[in-house]
Design a protein around this ligand. Structure first.
Ligand SMILES: Cc1ncc(COP(=O)(O)O)c(C=O)c1O
Length: 402
């Protein structure tokens, strides 16, 4: 799923130039990928999708049969996901929930609240009394646990294991958990504990984190039915074929659940589910030689696909050569690589991939960037410079539609 799938390749080559750039998603490939992940997980592990990675309604719907629910992290995501996949279980997380967002979540009847602070717990308790007086509200306090030195070192985005605004310090989380367990908040039910400490970790590191969280949660001496150990499974942009080891992760989680009958684990990956099913396709507009290096300027750029600029990597890509040249003017070309692929923005930061080793690259050739299905379009600064937006194509086995 790193090089464009046949369906994506065919669509990219059939699009007229003005319809590029475009995002293309292979929904059949997404379902197959997620079903394989599901199959690697033991029975007592629930799989939620962190909608922030890519909330396109078609993506949410394609995942419906393979995931147990969705994690949302704002009132906007809450309303959007509830509309896209009505009736599916939702877990509402994220720091700084406003009273209006909490009210909306209570009205919608979300299945789980991930509570980020003592203040948030008190707000939730009072609003639950007013908005949903008949209902028990299931709560998982989010804890920011210390982890053994260096165990989050591989993370590109650590949200815990050190001072951060995410979740609660364990010294604060413990009294919150005890208060929930002893009935201080009669309407709130302590279901368990939530912890998402870092993103971009391998299976061994994430299992270490999961073991720490489960050990802490089950050692508190209060009934804990669930532990959500978060997302954060790595996607390697420098070596796209190197995948997160779901088999090893599933086996490790099985050991954790086998040791604790009655405990349900939950994970909520985002990037590792959808990154591989999306491609950003464009065409080369110009090719130039500058101070000894070759540059290609492509339609679009980091205002559509910000991921390489944010994470500081080169977005993996493939060239689809186009042999026809319909213009009367000469065709610019780099006769040998490597070529740096830049976008149309007036900033040196608008680079999608540096020194790509291509044998030849010509204006009019198409370039397809892979691993563009997560934290891509939705994290990009679309309006900068007012270039047109990309097209969107959701390809499926049955329909090859839209
Ligand atoms: C609370 C929480 N859960 C899950 C995720 C998903 O992480 P990833 O996309 O790395 O799997 C995030 C990402 O920021 C998060 O903050």
């Amino acid at each position: 799923m790193t090089r464009p799938t046949p369906a994506v390749r065919e669509r990219v080559l059939s699009l007229p130039s003005p319809e590029l750039p475009a995002y293309l998603y292979d929904l059949a490939a997404l379902r197959t990928h997620t079903a394989e992940i599901r199959a690697a997980l033991p029975g007592r592990v629930e799989l939620y999708y962190a909608a922030k990675a890519n909330p396109e309604p078609e993506i949410l719907a394609a995942l419906e049969s393979c995931v147990d629910g969705y994690e949302v992290a704002s009132g906007g995501e809450l309303a959007h996901v509830a509309k896209a996949v009505p009736g599916r279980p939702l877990a509402f997380g994220g720091p700084g929930k406003t009273p209006d967002e909490v009210t909306a979540a209570l009205e919608l009847g979300v299945e789980r609240f991930h509570v980020e602070s003592e203040h948030e717990l008190r707000v939730l308790a009072e609003l639950a009394r007013r908005v949903a007086p008949q209902r028990r509200v299931a709560v998982l306090p989010r804890v920011n646990l210390p982890v053994p030195d260096g165990s989050l070192a591989g993370s590109s985005l650590a949200m815990g294991g050190r001072p951060t605004p995410f979740g609660m310090d364990p010294a604060r989380a413990e009294p919150v958990i005890r208060a929930l367990a002893d009935g201080t908040y009669p309407q709130l039910e302590l279901r368990g504990v939530h912890a998402h400490l870092a993103s971009g970790l391998g299976a061994a590191e994430l299992l270490g984190v999961a073991g720490t969280v489960v050990g802490w949660a089950t050692g508190l001496g209060v009934p804990v039915a669930e532990v959500n150990v978060g997302g954060g499974m790595s996607v390697d942009y420098t070596d796209p074929e190197r995948r997160f080891d779901w088999a090893a992760y599933g086996e490790g989680l099985a050991r954790l659940t086998e040791a604790r009958p009655g405990l349900t684990l939950r994970i909520e990956p985002g990037r590792a589910l959808t990154a591989y099913c999306g491609w950003y396709a464009t065409e080369v507009l110009d090719v130039k030689h500058s101070h000894g290096e070759e540059f290609a300027v492509v339609r679009g750029g980091t205002h559509h696909l910000r991921t390489p600029a944010t994470k500081g990597h080169d977005q993996p890509c493939s060239v689809l050569p186009v042999d026809t040249w319909p213009h009367r003017w000469p065709r610019p070309a780099a006769k040998s690589g490597p070529v740096t692929l830049a976008g149309q923005l007036c900033t040196p930061k608008d680079v999608l991939a540096r020194r790509v080793p291509v044998p030849e690259l010509r204006a009019g050739d198409r370039v397809v960037f892979s691993l563009a299905g997560a934290y891509a379009w939705n994290i990009s600064h679309h309006d900068f410079l007012m270039h047109p937006g990309p097209g969107f194509h959701f390809l499926d086995d049955d329909t090859q539609a839209s």
